[in-house]
Design a protein around this ligand. Structure first.
Ligand SMILES: *Cc1c(COP(=O)(O)O)cnc(C)c1O
Length: 389
């Protein structure tokens, strides 16, 4: 390869590959839990210090998982990464691995339900958590104290697609030495510049766009070598968060086509949202539209609107009736899939939140969350319009 810096699409295809003595073209699936040593002395030496490309046990690391970790760290602009069994294992690991009783964490309140659960567990063990409106920099400023250990937020919130200003929050957090941990699922690695914008740790559920076809669970924590290997890894490897080599292999192959897929899905989402916003009976929420309250921030932070669209159709009755008539959109709760998905957050993904909390987060009875897939934009629009008619 050339000495010129390579573009992300090239790195997404080649970076991190390890070839065995057979020189296989495709990334090998090392479906092995253990590794054999040449001698007792070698085993002893490896338990004292594991080298960069050495392995002991798949709970600690595996060559296929390592290829996935290297490739995503490279795309994210992070020094290192640790792959986990699910997105939640990554969120849990990123927070639990460093937190101790008495620590203070500031978090955006608009979070995926399971992320809220993890913060509740931390609170049970004596960590103090302050929740803020993530879109409001003054609220972050007021909540962050000299003793704050970390801030946590989804860069684009689920399901109402509100953005948190990564650079703005990072500046406030870094002024007191707090760690900035970003759940970046909705932004995707394609539109993420989170590390460059000040995030210290970026977590993904690779179940979503990185797999891209809804096949398996996975997650990853990206950060500095020091955080990933000295803080996160000891916690993750001893508590059993490791990804299956098979799932890591799916995710590794997912990265190869991620850029092409996410850009196509985002273009379709943009065309879809633009076409629907002309309908006065609908409230269309999409960061790529100028009508989005944080459109400028979205363009600055991500450079695109992303693959998710939220549409308020007015009432639960209208939402259900439309969902039941859709033929292409599948009623489900994953996202980032090649197949477009419609979700009614208020009665499914966010149903455990009280009506008051839902209202506070803008989760109305008529709100539909749409994950735009790889289908033709005209077909998706026709499916949605006919279902609403
Ligand atoms: C899906 C999701 C998670 C959890 O990921 P899993 O792979 O399902 O464990 C965490 N955060 C966000 C924003 C998500 O969308």
């Amino acid at each position: 390869m050339t000495d010129k810096p390579l573009h992300p699409r090239t790195r997404a295809v080649h970076h991190g590959i390890r070839r065995s003595q057979y020189g296989e073209m495709a990334e090998a699936l090392f479906m092995t839990q253990g590794f054999s040593y040449d001698s007792a002395e070698q085993a002893e030496a490896r338990f004292i210090k594991v080298g960069d490309d050495e392995f002991i046990y798949a709970r600690y690391g595996n060559p296929t998982s390592r290829m996935f970790e290297d490739r995503i760290a490279n795309l994210e602009g992070a020094e290192d990464a640790f792959a986990t069994a699910s997105g939640m294992a990554a969120v849990n690991g990123a927070l639990m691995s460093f937190a101790k009783p008495g620590d203070h964490i500031v978090s955006a309140k608009a979070l995926f339900g399971s992320c809220l659960y993890v913060l509740d567990v931390l609170a049970r063990f004596g960590v103090e958590v302050t929740y803020v409106d993530g879109t409001d920099l003054d609220a972050w400023r007021a909540a962050i104290r000299p003793t704050t250990r970390a801030v946590f937020f989804e860069s684009v919130s689920n399901p109402t697609l509100e953005l948190v200003d990564i650079a703005g929050v990072a500046e406030l957090a870094h002024a007191v030495g707090a760690l900035v941990i970003v759940d970046n699922v909705f932004a995707t690695p394609v539109y993420s510049q989170a590390i460059a914008q000040g995030a210290d740790v970026v977590v993904y559920s690779s179940t979503k766009h990185i797999d891209g076809a809804g096949r398996c669970l996975g997650g990853v924590i990206c950060g500095t070598k020091q955080f990933v290997r000295e803080v996160a890894e000891p916690y993750l490897k001893h508590t059993g968060a490791a990804i299956s080599p098979f799932n890591a292999w799916i995710m590794l192959n997912g990265l190869t086509t991620l850029d092409l897929r996410v850009r196509a899905m985002s273009e379709t989402a943009s065309a879809f949202a633009t076409a629907l916003q002309a309908d006065p009976a609908l409230k269309v929420i999409y960061p790529g539209l100028e009508s989005h309250a944080q459109h400028d921030l979205a363009m600055r932070q991500m450079g695109a609107g992303g693959t998710m669209v939220a549409v308020d159709v007015g009432s639960k009755e209208r939402a259900y009736s439309a969902m039941n008539k859709m033929k292409i959109f599948q009623i489900s709760n994953n996202l980032g899939d090649a197949k477009s998905i419609v979700t009614h957050p208020s009665t499914t993904t966010h149903s455990r939140l009280s009506p008051e909390v839902q209202a506070g987060l803008g989760i109305t009875a008529g709100l539909l969350r749409l994950s735009i897939g790889l289908e033709d934009a005209d077909d998706l629009l026709a499916d949605f319009r006919e279902a609403l008619a």
